[in-house]
Design a protein around this ligand. Structure first.
Ligand code: SF4
Length: 125
């Protein structure tokens, strides 16, 4: 056990939208009974990339005693369980992440996905 930073889900706030699931490259987050959950602490590296994507602020980082992050556990998970993800769509043109690269952006408190084709229009108008 080590003292380290790890993602925490506020289940009262989580609406189960799934936006945070596929951006977690380690596969640490999953929807369980309609709520996001860190399925195994050793899979979460505590980087917190998911936090900025949650539209309702349900994700945060906490520092607590837990297992160390394990790249080996991540690799084993990837081999044993192919990723099941909820495909996200560009908030502007609706193209799927299966067809285009999407980037997470923030605007006026909202988290959005935007594809690389729509991003220049958002930047330059
Ligand atoms: S993005 Fe936020 S509200 Fe949506 S599933 Fe993840 S924690 Fe829940």
């Amino acid at each position: 056990m080590v003292l380290r930073s790890i993602v925490k889900v506020d289940e009262e706030l989580c609406n189960g939208c799934g936006v945070c699931i596929s951006p977690c490259a380690e596969g640490a987050l999953a929807l369980v009974d309609g709520k996001a959950k860190v399925i195994r602490d050793e899979l979460c590296d505590g980087a917190g990339f998911c936090m900025g994507l949650c539209p309702v602020g349900a994700l945060s980082l906490e520092i607590r005693e837990t297992e160390s992050f394990s790249e080996q556990a991540v690799e084993e998970l990837k081999k044993s369980a192919p990723r099941h993800y909820i495909a996200q769509h560009c908030n502007s043109c609706r193209i799927s992440e299966d067809e285009a690269y999407l980037l997470p952006i923030k605007h006026q408190g909202d988290s959005q996905w935007v594809c690389t084709r729509c991003l220049p229009r958002l930047i330059h108008g």
